[in-house]
Design a protein around this ligand. Sequence first.
Ligand SMILES: [Fe+2]
Ligand SMILES: [Fe+2]
Length: 396
Amino acid sequence: MELRIVIVSDLHAFAASDLKAKQPSPSHLNIALPEDQPTRHPIAGLMKLIEELQLKADLLLCPGDMGDRASREGIQYAWKKLHELKERLDAKFLATATGNHDVDSRGKHSTFDPLDILKNLVPPYPFADDSSTNEYWAAAFSVTEFPACRLVTLNSSAYHGNTTIEKNHGRITDLTLSKIERYLRGRKPKPVNLLLCHHHPQQHSELGLGEYDTMHQGQQLLDLLGSGSLGRWLVVHGHKHHPKLTYAAGSSSSPVVFSAGSLSAILYAELGTAARNQFYELTFDLNQISRFGPVGRGRSWYWASARGWLPAPPGSGLPAHFGFGWREDPLVLATRFAPLVKPGFTPWDEFVNAAPEVAFLAPGDLEQFIAELKGEHSINVTRDSDNSPVEVGREI
Ligand SMILES: [Fe+2]
Ligand SMILES: [Fe+2]
């Protein structure tokens, strides 16, 4: 049995009326864009791709920033489009965490409630049922239980609009941490445990992206989830617009941290050519989880101007195909599996059938594994145009 998740983050939808004279567009998602042009409209392009590839998902996750700079029309548009995507994917559930751009922290639209736009969305935001929504606003998190999956949706933007400094970063409070801990301690972990939030719970400052905006006390959240007794966790966040997959600091039970790239924002200049707009599908095979622990596989697509969504090439962020969860040292793994490779080339899939842990190496670990095969064991791996391994063979 498989659990499939699609992630679309940081849409930053806007209306032309939000912009001042000569202000550049913040994203590719102008709400007035004609929806019959799937190579120009990121959501229309996504709908087309879902149709062509027959993509299905159990959960659709959005880690926030639906609109840009509290654009009322942008937020309303993105919320509607997320529901259309959920339908198109046949997803059972849509979960959204609040982004800093979704909160009217500068009082553009309401002088008394920075959440006014979100609270008035139709269908209700962020959950269809009132009790989950009330819990989310009151306690800054809500938990949704599925047979094989637990999902914690955390509002890391909960204090935006309170004081001027709070809008510059995320936060989880001691109270929220203790409430999450109390909830999790009373329940058996699920095979898949997910936490969805907007801000990064650990520093993510490379490429000049800055250290100021991290989720305050995020390290304590990661330490709690990674303590070992509460299950194995995948944290999905947005905000940085920089795709990255890492393991949090701590023991080998530390959470996988998935920094989703932006679906449609014009990327920060600092990112240069290091990232493009992306979206993701993650697959958890429950049989493989019971055999190998908390492992999974993923696919990425990137937005190619005037061409639509294509499998992610090198340099666009996360690769077209990737794994996560198997933390064995790739150099040790190369020594372990090198004897399986015979002279002449064999298909990569055949090799991975005999060495299944390789499918769950994180992108950086897979590169080290392939480099070690070549450097120490005279084994070559050929790649296709999106850099996915195709064949593996030993030099004679
Ligand atoms: Fe964003
Ligand atoms: Fe953000």
